[in-house]
Design a protein around this ligand. Structure first.
Ligand code: ATP
Ligand code: MG
Length: 149
């Protein structure tokens, strides 16, 4: 996982201008894309309330829970908001045997100064906290109960 530490939001984006929602709200965004920014779907239709909830997550660094019927656009809605703001966004599917090691990290043996040492390799959760990235826990209801997030 690339270190995005030096990446900071460098522009304020008008919610009215980009999403066509009647509000004076502005949200932090980036002027440049990187490998973690989803592709824009130009045909995407932004539902007002859901879009504002997702944007609040980006604006105030808050967790947002999205629920709804299958195929109603939960997963893609987050990605499409991220795509418009150039926010890095990573989707973790919790229905695909994600383990605590993947999320938190693990001890790994590495070679340092020609010596074998044990080093903690961070998982996706500490990475996402230290970098400007929206982490999507998708299919949350299918999560393995043993994970106990
Ligand atoms: N508002 C929308 N505008 C345009 N396309 C949409 C919209 N909502 C959903 N879609 C399209 O519908 C499909 C299903 O969307 P998505 O996978 O985000 O739904 P979901 O709610 O996450 O479904 P699931 O519950 O199965 O995970 C995608 O191809 C997506 O691009
Ligand atoms: Mg989905």
């Amino acid at each position: 996982m690339t270190n995005l530490n030096t990446l900071v939001p460098d522009m304020k984006i008008s919610v009215k201008q980009i999403f066509g929602i009647d509000t004076e709200m502005k949200v932090d965004g980036f002027s440049k894309k990187n490998e973690y920014v989803p592709e824009v779907d130009t045909n995407y239709k932004f539902d007002r309330d859901t879009t504002l909830a997702i944007i609040s997550g980006f604006a105030y660094n808050k967790r947002v829970l999205i629920q709804g019927y299958h195929g109603t656009g939960k997963s893609t809605h987050i990605e499409q908001v991220a795509a418009r703001l150039n926010w890095p966004c990573v989707r973790v599917n919790l229905d695909s045997h994600i383990s605590r090691i993947d999320l938190i990290g693990k001890d790994a043996i590495v070679i340092k100064d020609s010596k074998q040492v044990t080093e903690f390799k961070e998982g996706i959760l500490p990475w996402s906290i230290q970098n400007p990235v929206a982490l999507v826990f998708d299919e949350y209801d299918a999560e393995d109960q043993m994970l106990c997030l």
